[in-house]
Design a protein around this ligand. Structure first.
Ligand SMILES: *[C@@H]1O[C@H](CO)[C@@H](O)[C@H](O)[C@H]1NC(C)=O
Ligand SMILES: *[C@@H]1O[C@H](CO)[C@@H](O)[C@H](O)[C@H]1NC(C)=O
Ligand SMILES: *[C@@H]1O[C@H](CO)[C@@H](O)[C@H](O)[C@H]1NC(C)=O
Length: 385
């Protein structure tokens, strides 16, 4: 049985520190239920690129013209996404994060891009991105200011949704800074969702709603799923294994709450892939890719596609690993066992849409972070379960 269903994950196996295998499960699986935000989008986890982790809020185009948040950056990344195989394997959304705005709204109360850094404006940028067969994402905030202090959308949800639609934007990442109450937060996330819907344009809605609710109470994920296509639960990722480990620890500790709610149209978002940057070893990069795939996470890279190693590129473009992430049943993997003394984690992936009844197991050894250290009998034993 293992050999018959091994093919889709064979690359995961070859990747090294991850050992994965399939076997037939007894329970038959039905088709995904239609529940959640009814905009027909994100039926599989969103794939693309997001500027934040790598480029942050660099607005200094004088001294750093190649890495400041400007239209030049997005034009260049879009060009590479289209020409260097990224689009072909599924990376479709090129997403702007915070710090694209001018410090003030225009005379009609609309958000506007910083005129020096985005002289062509967002509409033209969107046209260019679309001409490459890609989609454009943008960023705004539910409160009075964005996290970096630019104009927030509170009181402007309809105007902002319409502005984004008019520009041809395809995804909105909606942050939750500068919001004075949990009521404003919840109402704001809902109102923006409805406002986007009223524009009539298909716009993926990426929320940070639960992230800001957790410190106060357990979020109602049923409700969040009704309004958002994906949602951040935990702190921002940065370019280090420590950060990824914390995210994984949080995810495994809270999996009973968050895993059941994921599925076509609505996903838990553990934040960006930082593969191709500086902070992760080769094995750690492989591990992030494998885990994000098995967690049915949005695959939003934050790196510099103009300067990326062939190894990182091959890893991010690994079609077999991407196929696990894009499995159309969309069941998020979960930790079966965490033996802290041995430091093994074992998440479980859904059956593949095309081959129902398969389950992928993934083991990784956190203590060594190296390939092939798990004795063979371990995974054979699990295979008989
Ligand atoms: C808006 O919502 C309605 C009903 O929930 C849905 O049928 C429609 O496709 C949505 N439109 C957009 C543009 O998301
Ligand atoms: C925004 O600021 C106004 C004026 O200070 C305040 O009344 C309102 O509650 C704030 N909104 C949020 C979401 O923080
Ligand atoms: C969560 O939200 C759903 C949908 O809005 C609602 O039906 C349910 O009662 C809420 N659950 C709790 C515990 O508030």
């Amino acid at each position: 049985m293992m050999t018959a269903t091994m093919k889709p994950v064979s690359r995961v196996l070859r990747l090294g520190c991850v050992l994965a295998f399939c076997f037939q499960v007894l329970a038959p699986y039905g088709l995904p239920r239609a529940w959640g935000l009814d905009n027909g989008l994100a039926m599989t986890p969103t794939m693309g690129w997001l500027h934040w982790e790598r480029f942050m809020c660099n607005v200094n185009c004088q001294e750093e013209p190649d890495s400041c948040i400007s239209e030049k950056l997005f034009l260049q990344i879009a060009e590479i996404m289209a020409s260097d195989g990224w689009k072909d394997v599924g990376y479709e959304y090129i997403c702007i994060d915070d710090c694209w705005m001018a410090p003030e709204r225009d005379s009609k109360g609309r958000l506007q891009a910083d005129p020096k850094r985005f002289p062509g404006g967002i509409h033209r940028l969107a046209d260019y991105v679309h001409s490459k067969g890609l989609k454009l994402g943008i960023y705004a905030d539910v409160g009075n200011k964005t996290c970096a202090g630019f104009p927030g959308s509170f009181g402007y949800y309809d105007i902002d949704a319409q502005t984004f639609a008019d520009w041809g934007v395809d995804l909105l990442k909606f942050d939750g800074c500068y919001c004075d109450s949990i009521q404003h937060l919840a109402e704001g996330y809902k109102q923006m969702s409805l406002a986007l819907n009223r524009t009539g344009r298909s716009i993926v809605y990426s929320c940070e709603w639960p992230l800001y609710v957790w410190p106060i109470f357990k979020p109602n994920y049923t409700e969040i799923r009704e309004y958002c296509n994906h949602w951040r639960n935990f702190a921002d990722i940065y370019d280090s294994w420590e950060s990824i480990r914390k995210t994984l620890d949080w995810t495994s500790s809270n999996q009973k709450i968050i895993v059941p709610v994921a599925g076509p149209g609505g996903w838990n978002d553990p934040d960006m892939l930082v593969i191709g940057n500086f902070g992760l070893s080769r094995d750690q990069q492989i591990t992030q890719m494998a885990l994000w795939a098995i967690m049915a996470a949005p695959l939003l890279m934050s790196n510099d596609l103009r300067h990326i190693s062939p190894e990182a590129k091959a890893l991010l473009q690994d079609k077999d690993v991407i196929a696990i992430n894009q499995d159309r049943l969309g069941k998020q993997g979960y930790w079966l066992r965490k033996i802290s003394s041995l430091q093994f984690l074992a998440p479980k992936l859904s059956p593949f849409g095309l081959d129902p009844g398969n389950t992928v197991f993934l083991w990784y050894n956190e203590s060594t972070q190296e390939p092939g250290r798990i004795p063979r009998q371990h995974h054979q034993q699990r295979g008989k379960d």
